[in-house]
Design a protein around this ligand. Sequence first.
Ligand SMILES: Nc1nc2c(c(=O)[nH]1)N[C@H]1C(S)=C(S)[C@@H](COP(=O)(O)OP(=O)(O)OC[C@H]3O[C@@H](n4cnc5c(=O)[nH]c(N)nc54)[C@H](O)[C@@H]3O)O[C@H]1N2
Ligand SMILES: Nc1nc2c(c(=O)[nH]1)N[C@H]1C(S)=C(S)[C@@H](COP(=O)(O)OP(=O)(O)OC[C@H]3O[C@@H](n4cnc5c(=O)[nH]c(N)nc54)[C@H](O)[C@@H]3O)O[C@H]1N2
Ligand code: SF4
Ligand SMILES: [Mo]
Length: 718
Amino acid sequence: MTTPVAGPRDDAATTTRHITCVLCEASCGLQVALRGTEIVSIKGHAEDPLSRGHICPKGVALQDLHTDPDRLRRPVKRVGDTFVEIGWDEAIELAAGLLHGVQQRHGRDAVATYLGNPNVHSVGALTHVTAIPRTLRSRHVFSATSVDQLPHHLVAWAMYGHQFLLPVPDIDRTRLLVLVGTNPMASNGSLWTVPDFPGRLRELRSRGGRLVVLDPRRTETAAVADEHHFVRPGTDATVLLALVNVVLGEGLARPAAYVTGMDELRVAVADFTPELAESVSGVAAEAIRNLARDVAAGSAAVHGRMGVSTQEFGVLCQWAIQCLMAITGNLDHPGGTMFTSPAIDIVGRGLVGRGHRGRTHSAVRGLPEFGGELPVSVMSEEMEGPRPAIRGIITVGGNPVSSTPAGGRLSERMAELEAVVAIDPYINETTRHAQVILPPTGPLERDHYDLIFHTLAVRNTARWSPALFERGEDQRHEWEIARDLVLALNRKAGRRVPLKALVRLRASPRLTVDVLLRSSRRGLSVRRLARTPGGVDLGPLEPRLPERLRTPEQEVVLTPAVVTDGLAALRSRLPALRRAAHSDDLLLIGRRHQRDNNSWMHNTERLTRGRPRHQLLMHPDDAASRGIEDGSLVTVTSEVSSLQVEVRASDEVMRGVVSLPHGYGHRRPGVRLSRAVEVPGVTMNDLTDPAQVEGVSGNAVLNGIPVVVTPATLMAGG
Ligand SMILES: Nc1nc2c(c(=O)[nH]1)N[C@H]1C(S)=C(S)[C@@H](COP(=O)(O)OP(=O)(O)OC[C@H]3O[C@@H](n4cnc5c(=O)[nH]c(N)nc54)[C@H](O)[C@@H]3O)O[C@H]1N2
Ligand SMILES: Nc1nc2c(c(=O)[nH]1)N[C@H]1C(S)=C(S)[C@@H](COP(=O)(O)OP(=O)(O)OC[C@H]3O[C@@H](n4cnc5c(=O)[nH]c(N)nc54)[C@H](O)[C@@H]3O)O[C@H]1N2
Ligand code: SF4
Ligand SMILES: [Mo]
């Protein structure tokens, strides 16, 4: 099926190879021992200048993914209720015909594209898959970004002038690390490529540094922190704005010359006192004051992720964090939050656009696009009604039925669409609705270079990861699939592909990366990197401002109107938030486990055996007051739906908060994941509500969902 690509020989039988793990943002360098086509071991590569030998259980499980019999190697088409294998030519023709047919009948906007998370972990997707929506020319482009980090991009665009100017904590030099709504001990970091977080944290400690965590759950990260504050879900904006308020109020600000809008900022945050924050968040006012002073003392980095971007006030949270860093002089300073200097500079070279907002709006709710994408929360509604705007979809590396709000409703809509095409290696909750599935090669069968994650990494390095195994004759790389599909779509539309675009489509990712490396004038090439297993070390992060800013005046804009306009919504919510803080109501939040990978790595025994981890976590007092016993089945009801799941009583969540892991619940008709369907658990997004979006960006609200939890027997008994 696959043959290993020739590599250096260690002895007669085994060879040692070095690759990058593409399963999460940590992007660890791995060392693989091969005997023939058999993987003998996968370990962290100790010499890797970025990841320094780190590996987690998912990295080891890459081999299970590689040999998984459920993973598709050849295209399949739907025949009745089943899928049958077909050849590539037929599959591409079928896919293009389906999508083109919908556009012919209903106009070009009738076909949607949904791009999932694995695209950012695949160089071929970045170089080629983006040509698919460009070819379709539909305004219905969606991605996992709007169930994830859209607030980060919007704030970066508004304050720094480019959606990808995302500063990262300089963990290797900082004195104070503050993590808000992120659990890198499990997730290995996000919008922050920080492989070996545990090791780096140990070093921080041995330098005398501290870790402070704000989270409604005592996470694996909170458990190893010096200080952990429970914060009521959805109220972080008040805490973060209060930090800014204290810094300004106590005269602790020392912004760089290129930071503008100090007076406006002072006005904007004047009413967000620590006392107000305490009254809604539960974080003590004195703790907020102390933290603000500590951050202002310098060499401090604050980072907020999923917990504070996928919530009601996500943009205000990300904005307050950036303001705090900028006014305390921690932005762009060693030990603070810094911008990277990647070998291939996707920002500086314009490979990713600066961003724009509001050029189009969704039809039903009128939500604005950002960077050419509409919020994924509108996807279902645009498929509904007497004259639905969307009648066909192509999903690429995405599982929106599991990962977007009210995925169950989306599933029903997808079953009715005229055309569903997927580029995906599995028949899962989403792709089971496809008429044709085009499976790309897996992580061990393709070359890789981290265009995205080098840009977010705690150290500047450059690493080429060659395919471990050659792809089989009957397999296709993602870039080849995208190339062939784009060409077929153009043929159907009777359009000639311009020569420049054709050349780009025909160039392999390896060639493209090589050209980009050579033209970066740092003496790098794919060949040079290939000779340096683990990659080239380009050193620690360096100050880049103001040169790197892309705002018109090369300033940091502290108070962009698009953001500050959002303050009114927070102010008007304060009375309700204050009431809620003193009520018995429950708010649902999500979580990640070290051995889960979003919705799609449950088909391996290695990652799913052992203690079940799908339960609803609930504080013992909240359970007791509802007559709920530890381990019993409960009914969880939200505004949109209701489901049943076992409860685990634990004081690791604060009172008033329950937690479900994201990415579970695979047992649905037609899913072909023989191991995953046995894994217990429910889909958290059956409870989340697409009507609830973050007010400025339209990002989904996935944390702080009001729910009612009752013993399941009550419901069963009527
Ligand atoms: N093992 C593993 N690693 C992964 C992934 C995975 O599925 N599994 N997924 C990858 C992906 S795609 C991403 S985006 C990253 C995400 O990486 P993280 O952002 O670290 O993700 P989570 O573990 O979801 O952490 C979110 C935290 O926010 C907390 N939280 C929830 N609501 C609130 C709130 O209102 N306020 C505050 N302050 N906290 C809140 C939750 O308790 C949780 O601890 O992880 C990546 N890495
Ligand atoms: N409630 C709740 N919802 C969430 C989250 C949460 O914390 N809570 N997290 C959100 C976040 S951060 C994210 S990033 C999204 C993720 O949402 P999605 O990107 O929609 O879903 P994934 O679970 O990452 O599923 C990846 C899909 O890609 C396929 N795949 C795997 N490898 C490849 C590949 O190399 N190429 C291709 N073409 N396909 C591949 C898999 O089979 C699967 O179908 O979920 C979001 N949804
Ligand atoms: S931490 Fe992430 S990149 Fe590193 S081995 Fe685990 S899954 Fe792979
Ligand atoms: Mo994500």
